[in-house]
Design a protein around this ligand. Structure first.
Ligand code: ZN
Ligand code: ZN
Length: 108
């Protein structure tokens, strides 16, 4: 029961894609994390029976919409490698991998 988020592969570019499934509404939402692709797929499942404004559709977000999506879901783009990730240190502009690398460099 509930909302389950995971990662899958974008069917358009093969890149990492954020997937959110809700077993209550039998809904699926997928957003490609490749900023050059921005493919999304939304199937609101049975939510549309309760909410006529529920969004269903597939296509490509504009760069602006993609940015908003990243902000809404607390994703951040690494300023070093360009990877888009959730597990960011709020104060760091880098992804965890790059941050670990930075530390190694400064410590050696
Ligand atoms: Zn994609
Ligand atoms: Zn990085």
């Amino acid at each position: 029961m509930g909302t389950h988020t995971s990662f899958s592969n974008c069917e358009k570019c093969g890149g990492e894609s954020w997937l959110c499934e809700d077993t209550h509404y039998d809904s699926t939402e997928e957003h490609c994390l490749n900023e050059n692709c921005r493919y999304y797929y939304v199937d609101s499942g049975t939510l549309k029976e309760e909410d006529p404004n529920a969004f269903d559709g597939t296509g490509f977000n504009t760069p602006e919409e993609f940015k908003e999506f990243l902000e809404d879901f607390n994703f951040k783009k690494c300023e070093k490698c360009g990877d888009i990730d959730t597990n960011h240190n709020e104060d760091s502009p880098y992804c965890q991998d790059c941050e670990t690398e930075e530390e190694k460099v400064t410590n050696s």
